[in-house]
Design a protein around this ligand. Structure first.
Ligand code: 1PW
Length: 215
């Protein structure tokens, strides 16, 4: 709700949902995936207005997926696996060029999936970095290794400018609102393997189905 969005962000709002993402047979629950992204959007908003254009796009995509989760075909959208199966079998995905399904669950999730890799790389750098390491550089490096490859020049430029104003590591860890730095590092160490697994399972699924380049 809007009211809870005003409250202070805590890193657990991102990490807890990703911890709940995997079912027993390693399927990815869309509900928790989307909840993790909701937390992330809130986090990006707390970093200030320069992150607005970044969080706005992520928020739009979250919104699209929430509509599927609550829509008339909700039962098809329980896991990423069931979503992919359902949308492909019913020809609800534009496979080669944009057409009548510009907001399919598959292509929408793919954008968040690519961005999740950025997050994973960035949080790993944050976890292992020293007190004086530059978050702006860590953020830019992670971005260049992942999401940047999918962005046109103008977006890369704008993202680079946003990274520049990130606070130093101590202040950054404080914004995460978990406690002392050691505690943030411990929390990241616990959650990152799970984020990484969710990422890899989604990546394998999309690769198998030849969906990694959806327009
Ligand atoms: C501090 C750590 C930050 C990690 C969070 C990652 C947030 C990712 C959001 C990036 C959005 C950049 C601007 C939007 C670009 C869109 O064109 C692009 N969206 C994404 C998520 O890459 C592609 O979506 P589109 O245009 O094909 O609908």
């Amino acid at each position: 709700s809007e009211a809870s969005d005003d409250q202070k962000f805590s890193l657990s709002e991102v990490l807890d949902p990703f911890k709940l993402c995997l079912s027993e047979n390693k399927e990815v629950y869309l509900e928790h995936y989307v909840a993790g992204w909701r937390g992330l959007v809130k986090f990006l908003n707390s970093l200030g207005s320069v992150f607005g254009f970044i969080s706005k796009d992520a928020a739009n995509k979250v919104h699209i997926l929430v509509n599927y989760l609550n829509g008339e075909n909700a039962s098809q959208y329980v896991t990423v696996q069931s979503m992919v199966k359902y949308e492909l079998e019913n020809e609800l995905v534009d496979l080669t060029k944009r057409g009548s399904h510009p907001e399919s669950g598959c292509r929408t999730l793919l954008r968040l999936h690519r961005a999740l890799r950025w997050l994973e790389l960035f949080l790993e750098r944050l976890r292992t970095g020293s007190e004086d390491s530059k978050t702006s550089a860590m953020c830019a490096e992670s971005y260049n290794e992942s999401l940047a490859q999918h962005h046109p020049w103008v977006v890369r430029k704008a993202a680079g400018m946003a990274f520049c104003v990130l606070p130093g590591r101590p202040a950054f860890l404080e914004v995460m609102n978990v406690g002392p730095p050691e505690q943030v590092v411990a929390m990241l160490g616990e959650a990152l393997p799970l984020i990484s697994e969710v990422y890899q399972i989604t990546e394998d699924l999309y690769a198998q189905r030849n969906l990694l380049d959806l327009p």
